[in-house]
Each structure stands twice: as structure tokens, then as C-alpha cells.
Design a binder for this molecule. Structure first.
Ligand SMILES: Cc1cc2nc3c(=O)[nH]c(=O)nc-3n(C[C@H](O)[C@H](O)[C@H](O)COP(=O)(O)OP(=O)(O)OC[C@H]3O[C@@H](n4cnc5c(N)ncnc54)[C@H](O)[C@@H]3O)c2cc1C
Length: 376
């Protein structure tokens, strides 16, 4: 009997748990630990902020879903992972103390490093959780004129909601007949090409922004905030009446002392999703070290790959699945239109010693870029 522990109840952890439950026989024990019993569907938070759906539409009860799939659910905070003793320290929640494991899947997402931007807490909105998205929506409702800035900090890895919010604001103020009273400015910490990882995609997005009279400031790295002003690394200052800013991301602190993370705290894995140097530990989702944006579809695919390989390992087989790092996203413009981007971010090569191909290098090639009609 193997004890499998999965840490984190987001896209990566939930998919890994469901797949493992389907692939392992009942003699094995699967337990998912997460700090909240709610699964949140983050891609819907822009719609939530703009009143297009309700709080109840963006989350569901994880405990019930897991139990229906014979996965134990523990609502608790993971403090520390000890790969030598094969134990996880639980700091707070339903249980406290150490949870032992035979195999581990880490799916703890990323951390918001708001502390890197002085003034963030007091002067910026973000929409990276349900409550913050609702607060941002309320602030938008109150605004009648002035400048709205939307953007990412350097180190943030999530462009989609920035652009979706900008398009949603353009639509909203147009409907209210106040579009001429509001300046919409999107700031990017890099060039648009670097932010999206694609030249053709950047050109298409730029056109859409221009069409909606949304100003774009690139290489604009916000380093601090004071009331109604953002200050960059070069001392530039831009005033705003409302700011929605995606803060810098870092890896989960629970994995930071394992000696398996890169400079930003993300966990280094191979293409089977196994943590480098660790026989019995896999990692998936936003917490892993891959180039490019951090997205839910990547977490889902990584969860599937980790589950398949872990099930094979428990049965005494070699890895059977590998992850191909691809970026796919739709920036929903509303009006039934959007921008679809699909790009391969890693290239597969086979070294003679590899059982399965291992990947190298970012930006291997762009596969396709085009406009997509979004079905309402
Ligand atoms: C506003 C917004 C819009 C987005 N739009 C898109 C989109 O259009 N397309 C797309 O593909 N992706 C999108 N994403 C990104 C996507 O949501 C993430 O990539 C995805 O959620 C990552 O899944 P994950 O399982 O790795 O991490 P998460 O979903 O962050 O899950 C991590 C889990 O771990 C738990 N956890 C964390 N730390 C601890 C701890 N110490 N102890 C216990 N539990 C812990 C958390 O509570 C959570 O349940 C969007 C994200 C946001 C915020």
C-alpha cells in the first residue's frame, strides 16, 4: 500500500488527485491537503469583477468532490516539506504535526510577493483572489473620470487578466457614455513581444488596444507606489485614479528549504514532472520552474503527466508520459471576439541516456496565431 500526498487544491493538485484515483487500485491511499476547501476557477475572476457572474459561480467545495472520488481531503496549511524523513509539516488547520508520505505531488501554486513593491498594499488593486476581484469591481463602479492603469510588475507571469480588464473597462465606460472621460493605460514591465513571448501575437494585440484607444506603456517597471502615483525603476512617475496591478510572483515558501528550487523559488522538474534529484516527489502547476506565463492549462496537463508517471512508478514501471511546454490563451475582448495565442515554449530532444525525451530551451517556435471567435 502506498501513501500518496498531494499538496495544493488548485488546477494542478485536483487534476493529479482525480487522475491518480482513477489509475491506482483501492489499496493505495491518496490524500489532498489544501489551505482552503474551496476550489477557485481563477480565469473567471475578471468576469466576477465586472459583475458578469456571481461568487458562487467561480468556486466549488473541494472536500465533497474529493470524497466522491475516494481521495481524503485535509484542510490545513503546509509549512515545510522534509524529503529526508518523507514528512510534511502541517502548521495550522484540521490536523497539525507531521504527515508522512511514500510519494508526494507538490501543487502549491505561486506566492504573491507584494512586499517587493512598497505601497502596493495601500494603493493598488489586484484581482488574484475572489475578494480582491470584487473589491476591484466596486472601485471601478465608483470611478467616473480620470486615468486607470492596469499592468504587471516585473516578475509577474500573468498577462491575460490585465488585457481582459482593459477591454472590459473600455466597454463599460463606452456603455456608460463616459469613455472620453477615462484614459485607459496598460503598462508592461517588458516589451509586449517579451510579455506575450510572441512577435505576431504582440502585433495583433497592439492593434486591438489601439482600436479601443487603450494606451500602452512598455518597459515600465513599477517599483513603488504612493497615493495616486506609480514610480518606476528609472524614476518615471505616472499618476492614476485607479490602479490594478499584478504583483511579482515567487515560488511557494513551503518548498524553499528542499534544495530543489531556482533563484525565484520555483521547483525544478524534469519533463516527467519529477522533481530533479528526488525519486519520489513530483511538482506541477504554477510552483514549477518553466519559462513563460503561468497558466491553468499548463497546471492541468502537468497534473495529468505527474499522475500517469507516479501511478507507473508505484506499479514498478518506467515513466510513461512527458510534458510538452506550450502556451495557449485567449484574451477575451468581449463583443464575442478575442485573441488566441498558441506557442510551443520548449523543444524536445532525446539524449542517448534518456528513457524519455527531455526538453531544452524556451521559444522553440511559434505554431500559430490568429483571431478566434469566442462562443458566448
Ligand atoms: C485573474 C486570473 C485569470 C487567469 N486567467 C487564466 C486563463 O485565462 N487561462 C489560463 O490557463 N490560466 C489563467 N490563470 C492562471 C491559472 O489560474 C493558474 O495558472 C492556475 O490556477 C495554477 O494552478 P495551480 O494548481 O498550480 O495553483 P493554484 O490554482 O494557485 O492552486 C494552489 C493551491 O495550493 C493551495 N496552497 C498554497 N499554499 C498552500 C500552503 N502553504 N498550504 C496549503 N495549501 C496551500 C492554495 O490554497 C490552492 O488551493 C488566471 C489566473 C488569475 C488569477
Amino acid at each position: 500500500m502506498a501513501k500518496v500526498l498531494i499538496l495544493g487544491g488548485g488546477f494542478g493538485g485536483v487534476v493529479a488527485a482525480e487522475r491518480l484515483a482513477g489509475q491506482l487500485s483501492d489499496e493505495h491511499q491518496i490524500t489532498l491537503v489544501s489551505r482552503s476547501r474551496q476550489f477557485v476557477f481563477y480565469p473567471a475572476l475578471v468576469r466576477l469583477a465586472f459583475g458578469k457572474c456571481d461568487k458562487e459561480d467561480v468556486s466549488f467545495d473541494l472536500r465533497r468532490t474529493m470524497l466522491s472520488r475516494s481521495v481524503n481531503f485535509v484542510e490545513a496549511e503546509v509549512a515545510h516539506i522534509d524529503p529526508f524523513e518523507r514528512k510534511v509539516d502541517i502548521a495550522d488547520g484540521q490536523v497539525e504535526g507531521k504527515l508522512p508520505y511514500d510519494y508526494l505531488i507538490i501543487a502549491l501554486g505561486r506566492r504573491l510577493a507584494t512586499e517587493k513593491i512598497p505601497g502596493f498594499y495601500e494603493h493598488a488593486h489586484h484581482l488574484l483572489n475572489v475578494d480582491k476581484a470584487i473589491q476591484f469591481g466596486k472601485a471601478v463602479e465608483k470611478l467616473n473620470a480620470g486615468r486607470v492603469i492596469l499592468g504587471q510588475c516585473f516578475g509577474a507571469r500573468l498577462p491575460v487578466p490585465v488585457y481582459e480588464s482593459a477591454f472590459a473597462l473600455a466597454r463599460l465606460f463606452e456603455t456608460k457614455g463616459k469613455r472620453d472621460l477615462v484614459t485607459l493605460t496598460v503598462i508592461s514591465p517588458d516589451t509586449l513581444e517579451a510579455e506575450l513571448g510572441d512577435v505576431a501575437g504582440a502585433a495583433a494585440l497592439r492593434k486591438k488596444l489601439e482600436a479601443q484607444k487603450i494606451e500602452l506603456l512598455t518597459n515600465f517597471r513599477i517599483e513603488s507606489l504612493i497615493k495616486n502615483s506609480a514610480i518606476t525603476n528609472t524614476g518615471r512617475m505616472v499618476d492614476f485614479n485607479l490602479l490594478m496591478l499584478v504583483p511579482p510572483f515567487l515560488g511557494s515558501s513551503a518548498a524553499s528549504y528542499m534544495g530543489v528550487t531556482d533563484g525565484e523559488g520555483y521547483i525544478k522538474v524534469d519533463w516527467t514532472m519529477r522533481v530533479k534529484g528526488q525519486e519520489r516527489i513530483y511538482a506541477v502547476g504554477d510552483c514549477v520552474s518553466f519559462v513563460g506565463p503561468k497558466m491553468g492549462h499548463m497546471a492541468v496537463r502537468q497534473g495529468e503527466v505527474a499522475a500517469a508517471n507516479l501511478a507507473a512508478q508505484i506499479e514498478g514501471h518506467e515513466p510513461i508520459s512527458q510534458y510538452i511546454h506550450e502556451m495557449r490563451f485567449v484574451i477575451d475582448e468581449g463583443r464575442g471576439d478575442g485573441l488566441y495565442l498558441h506557442k510551443e515554449l520548449g523543444q524536445m530532444i532525446r539524449r542517448p541516456s534518456d528513457k524519455v525525451p527531455f526538453g531544452v530551451g524556451p521559444n522553440a517556435r511559434s505554431r500559430s496565431i490568429g483571431r478566434l471567435r469566442i462562443q458566448n
